[in-house]
Design a protein around this ligand. Structure first.
Ligand code: SDX
Length: 428
């Protein structure tokens, strides 16, 4: 007998089925609640609401587990390439050698963006935030690749749109970086791997060849994998909600970029670096800043700390922290910011305010230290998060389409003014 949930509402008892997931997570199916009782549920921020079933990513906040299609993030981050992980998220299985090589070959055929996009960049003020530039360019894709606007196009057509976006995103991100520097673009060189090509387009110059450093490639590969998907987070939920209206992939991913930009979400990686710099400039007094974070009258929060799901530790933060030490040492970089970050973490993890609220470093706390060591300016950090998250967004969008889910349309509890008659302006 499968489990059910009974709600006693007024003088009636309503019974609802309970769905049980692979890892024994349980969800009460209330899809008939309003029809049978007139009630809706109320859950601001969807803290207790499951929006969908999904086979892509599993997170356990209590045990600090993150798995893409059943593979632990620790294994993927240390053993896989980013394109292997992208294939895994999109197709559900790790590719065989021949599948991977044809996937990589398909990607290399679509790395160029339409040359006219340069004129769009020219129209953007050089100080435009990279996330705003990325949103602009993604909306331009719907103009340059109009065939993608038909959500009912063939499976092959939808696959091409996904491949195209995966292939062009590194080129777009590199163009955003060059636009900010006022430097000419470096075009993709398709004999290079995905990450190598991205690094060369970003840090290479038309005046000299770019020397590929395996340490940098490995660090970038790992960071992209660690950001590749994260279940129904804010930006992925935005991608799914927009996709549920049959909007095209570019519009849906653009919505994901918009949501990710927020400092409470992906924008936190930029805010963490700015926070650590401020603490350094303020003499490195971490206790003073921890007290600010604890003070309810102070809007300051410890950026990179806390998570809606992880109430033990964020496995990604652990991997990134270890990598930060390794990469900075291999690159011969002594960044005082890393020591401040570690001191801040140590102090917070021994402070009852953070312990009681189960606040630990999240994926954004240490990632910026590595991005900066690799040579990225702080304003590019969240775009790099989007570059990593792209295959996850597209896998979630693809899953939503495959299941033919209905348009997302939550209800509400109205607390505004009751009915009243319209009065002529002279009688108000
Ligand atoms: C990401 O969802 C995902 O999976 C996201 C992500 C992904 O991969 O997609 O993991 C990526 O977005 C990571 C999170 C990055 N954001 C930050 O680092 C910003 C700082 N963190 C917080 O703003 C906060 O922790 C959130 C937004 C991450 C989570 O917020 P919740 O779950 O809504 O928790 P809350 O705001 O209700 O906080 C609970 C308590 C509150 O105190 P009380 O009212 O109970 O006294 O904890 C306090 C909060 O004030 N709190 C913090 C804090 N985070 C929470 N206090 C100080 N500093 C913080 N960082």
């Amino acid at each position: 007998m499968s489990e059910t949930a009974k709600f006693v509402l007024g003088d009636k008892t309503h019974e609802f089925p309970v769905h049980v997931g692979t890892e024994n997570e349980k969800g009460i199916d209330i899809s008939t609640l309003r029809g049978s009782s007139g009630y809706v549920t109320y859950d601001v921020g969807y803290k207790n609401t499951g929006a969908t079933k999904s086979s892509i990513t599993y997170i356990s906040g209590e045990e600090g587990i993150l798995r893409y299609r059943g593979y632990n993030i620790e294994e993927l981050a240390n053993k896989a390439s980013f394109l292997e992980v992208a294939y895994l998220l999109l197709e559900g299985e790790l590719p065989t050698a021949s599948e991977l090589s044809s996937f990589e070959e398909e990607i290399t055929r679509h790395t160029l963006v339409n040359e006219k996009l340069k004129f769009v960049f020219d129209a953007l003020p050089s100080g435009a935030h990279p996330m705003g530039q990325l949103m602009t360019m993604l909306s331009m894709f719907s103009a340059y690749y109009p065939e993608a606007l038909n959500p009912h196009r063939s499976e092959e057509g939808r696959k091409l749109t996904i491949i195209r976006l995966l292939a062009k995103m590194p080129t777009l991100v590199a163009m955003i970086m060059k636009n900010k520097q006022g430097h000419p673009n470096v075009y993709p060189k398709n004999k290079l791997g995905y990450v190598e090509n991205f690094l060369r387009m970003t840090f290479g110059h038309v005046t000299e060849d770019y020397t590929i450093d395996p340490v940098v490639v490995s660090a970038m590969n790992k960071l992209l994998i660690l950001h590749a998907d994260h279940e129904q987070n804010c930006s992925t939920s935005a991608v799914r909600l927009v996709g549920s209206s049959n909007a095209n992939l570019y519009a849906s991913v653009g919505a994901g970029v918009a949501a990710l930009w927020g400092p409470l979400h992906g924008g936190a990686n930029q805010k963490v670096l700015e926070m650590l710099e401020a603490i350094k400039d303020d003499g490195g007094d971490t206790d003073k800043w921890l007290n600010k974070a604890k003070d309810k009258n102070d809007p300051f929060r410890l950026m990179g700390f806390g998570h809606r799901v992880y109430k033990n530790f964020d496995p990604r933060a652990k991997i990134i922290k270890k990598s930060a030490d390794e990469i900075l040492e291999k690159m011969g970089i002594n960044d005082p910011i890393l020591e401040i970050a570690k001191k801040l973490e140590q102090a917070a993890l021994n402070d009852s305010y953070f312990i009681d609220r189960k606040l630990f470093p999240n994926v954004d706390f240490y990632s910026g230290i590595i991005y900066r060591a690799l040579g990225f300016p702080v304003e590019m950090f969240t775009v790099l998060f989007a570059l990593g998250r792209l295959p996850g967004w597209m896998a979630q969008w693809k899953e939503l389409r495959a299941e033919g889910q209905p348009i997302g349309r939550p209800r509400q509890i109205y607390i505004g003014t009751a009915e009243r008659p319209f009065l002529d302006v002279n009688k108000r």
